[in-house]
Design a protein around this ligand. Structure first.
Ligand SMILES: Nc1ncnc2c1ncn2[C@@H]1O[C@H](COP(=O)(O)OP(=O)(O)O)[C@@H](O)[C@H]1O
Ligand SMILES: [Mg+2]
Length: 304
């Protein structure tokens, strides 16, 4: 496996009047799982397609080591594995035939039987693609992305539509790819997925990188301490001043208080409740998550 990093330099893409990717720069070190995290329409797929060499940027360059991916897309794609957000297959082919077909596009390849076993498709290898479940189709798409023994694997929303068990199985496969020394670049709008899988991630919105780092760095940088939740009925409201509280966010039935000193905030909350004759119900405290970071950076939640 190579040790080449992927580099996006000022990459920009417009669709007519829509600025889908806006002068985006990023470096993805090799051998890690890197996630592009952002809501629908953020520009994740477009960015990925430019890195994959499937779409030419209007401006800017993509480098893989010293290979200019825009200029030498064929060379890059021979060594990249790509799973698109929606995969089109020939419905009349079987799983095995589909993989044989994909394999025929490449000079270098992995044995089809191994891929079938690895993606847990042995029982389905002679089944036609049009009879596969969503999860099986997704696994076939991943098998197709691996057929050329790629150094970099690109996965666009790989776990979309999967049930929790299938998602966990997929995570194991992705971590296995990293263990083999491959680089994995994936997009997701699932916080948990980014937090569990990604060594580094970029939070993307409106075609721009809002921040980039390890999950822990991002949480520490933007969310220095803890989140206190109380039921909405307690009456804590945005605009109140409480000790060490950085922000108050009223949701449907809970109110979130982001605190940079949990003890101060809890004491302050109890004192306020005593003074006002209110009962504190539904109190929980937790560490801040990437979801909180995302909300703070963009003012909206990921699945809006
Ligand atoms: N082929 C296309 N033609 C026109 N607009 C597009 C096309 N693909 C994406 N867009 C627009 O570009 C923006 C970014 O889309 P996309 O890269 O698919 O984001 P994401 O993958 O984060 O959901 C969105 O506003 C989307 O509507
Ligand atoms: Mg997308």
């Amino acid at each position: 496996m190579t040790t080449s990093a992927l580099r996006l330099e000022n990459v920009t893409k417009r669709y007519g009047a829509v600025l889908a990717v806006d002068h985006l720069s990023l470096t993805v070190p090799s051998g890690i799982v890197f996630a592009l995290l952002g809501p629908n329409g953020a520009g994740k797929s477009t960015t990925l397609e430019m890195v994959e060499g499937l779409r030419r940027p209007d401006e800017g360059d993509v480098w893989w080591g010293d290979l200019d991916v825009g200029k030498h897309a064929d060379e890059a794609r021979a060594r990249f594995g790509v799973q698109l957000q929606t995969s089109a297959f020939f419905d009349l082919l079987t799983v095995k035939e589909t993989l044989e077909l994909f394999k025929s596009f490449y000079r270098r390849s992995l044995p089809v039987a191994d891929l079938i076993a690895r993606l847990d498709l042995t029982d389905k290898q002679n089944a036609r693609v049009d009879g596969l479940s969503g999860g099986q189709r997704q696994r076939l798409a991943l098998a197709c992305a691996l057929v050329n023994d790629p150094e970099v694997v690109f996965l666009d929303e790989p776990s979309a539509g999967l049930d929790p068990q299938a998602r966990r199985n997929l995570w194991d496969v992705i971590l296995g790819l990293k263990a083999e020394g491959r680089t994995v670049v994936l997009t997701t709008h699932y916080m948990e997925e980014a937090e569990i899988l990604a060594d580094r991630l970029a939070i993307i919105d409106h075609g721009r990188v809002l921040d980039e780092g390890t999950p822990r760095e991002l949480i520490q940088r933007h969310m220095p301490a803890a989140v206190v939740e109380v039921s909405r009925a307690v009456g804590v409201h945005a605009g109140m001043v409480l000790p060490s509280v950085l922000s108050i966010d009223e949701r449907d039935d809970v109110t979130l208080l982001v605190s940079d000193r949990l003890e101060d905030t809890l004491v302050g909350l109890v004192n306020w409740a005593e003074r006002e004759g209110r009962e504190i119900t539904g109190l929980t405290t937790r560490n801040a998550t990437l979801e909180d970071v995302f909300l703070k950076l963009t003012g909206r939640s990921l699945r809006e």
